[in-house]
Design a protein around this ligand. Structure first.
Ligand SMILES: C[S@@+](CC[C@H](N)C(=O)[O-])C[C@H]1O[C@@H](n2cnc3c(N)ncnc32)[C@H](O)[C@@H]1O
Length: 288
């Protein structure tokens, strides 16, 4: 078990499974429809986290930092502040949120559902999407060309996480619905963390190993409702949120947020307050 969690390779069966889904990746009523629907909650999660951690004094010379003593350069204020200061802070937050400045890496990007949404955020300057399935990268590349507003912001590359240049670092690294498909998640996670800049974020979504997730993702998702093809998931590859926390070096990263999410028929994906049951999202921030 321990060894399984230390190497990174994806099995040939998983690889050909994703290649076979490539053609229908962008069909929002097809086999990947659950990823399309899920993308709404994951973008809310990413957006909220980035907005609440905007550094509005970044790049401002010390003498121009007019704010209250003890303020920690984030938009978190100690105690009551004058209205004019709050107005100035709000102005700078809005300015930062509309300035394209963040570089993103989307690991296991598939056909680019998340990569494209990231590229549409005004604060994002560039997105690199990597995946080891040639068919899905081809589909991602073709699809981004449909929207000139994002075409030049995204760069897709056919490569696995292990093939990334060691020195490549990004403000935001995402790894959505990927860890439950690799043979050895601990090393994949640790490799992903190496590519996060100081103060940057790693966002991931995956699935706990429990009865609820077995019932929702495999029994109902694959066999009863046929939402995803049979064989999409392997229960033994699911990873508990607590296991992820154990893989993380606490001197380097802190868990900023962890939220459960679940699919409600006729409503779509919603957040739950149960990150230890079923599907979940996590945000980690690099401190060192
Ligand atoms: C379920 S799909 C998720 C796609 C995308 N992240 C999303 O949520 O929309 C998982 C993807 O991870 C890719 N993948 C798995 N192991 C990988 C690795 N070691 N390096 C790069 N991509 C990998 C697969 O080829 C597949 O396209």
């Amino acid at each position: 078990m321990f060894l399984r969690r230390l190497s990174t390779a994806i099995s040939e069966a998983e690889k050909s499974h994703f290649n076979s889904l490539a053609a229908s990746w962008w069909d929002t009523t097809g086999p990947q429809r659950i990823l399309h629907k899920m993308n709404l909650v994951r973008m809310d999660f990413i957006n909220e986290t980035l907005r609440s951690h905007v550094k509005i004094n970044a790049g401002v010379p010390d003498e121009q930092k007019t704010f209250v003593p003890g303020w920690n350069h984030h938009n978190v204020l100690p105690g009551p502040v004058a209205e004019s200061i709050q107005t100035e802070i709000n102005r700078r937050i809005a300015q930062e949120l509309s300035r394209p400045r963040l570089s993103c890496l989307d690991i296991g990007c598939g056909g680019g559902i998340l990569s494209e949404s990231l590229a549409r955020l005004p604060m994002v300057a560039s997105v690199r999407g990597i995946d080891l399935s040639p068919e899905v990268i081809r589909v991602a590349d073709r699809h981004k060309a449909l929207d000139p507003a994002i075409t030049d912001k995204i760069d897709y590359q056919l490569k696995s996480i292990e093939q990334l240049d060691k020195d490549d670092q990004y403000d935001v690294v995402t790894m959505m619905e990927m860890l439950e498909h690799v043979e050895y998640p601990a090393l994949v996670l640790q490799t992903a963390m190496q590519h996060v800049k100081k103060d940057g974020f790693l966002f991931l979504s995956t699935i706990n190993r429990d009865l609820v997730s077995w019932l929702t993702t495999i029994v109902f998702g694959e066999y009863v409702l046929r939402i995803v093809p049979v064989g999409t998931h392997t229960y033994s590859k699911y990873i508990d949120r607590r296991e992820i926390a154990e893989f993380v070096d606490e001197t380097q990263f802190r868990v900023v947020d962890a939220r459960g999410c679940t699919y409600v028929p006729l409503r779509g994906w919603v957040f739950t307050s149960l990150p230890d049951t079923g599907n979940y999202l996590m945000a980690l921030q690099r401190m060192e």
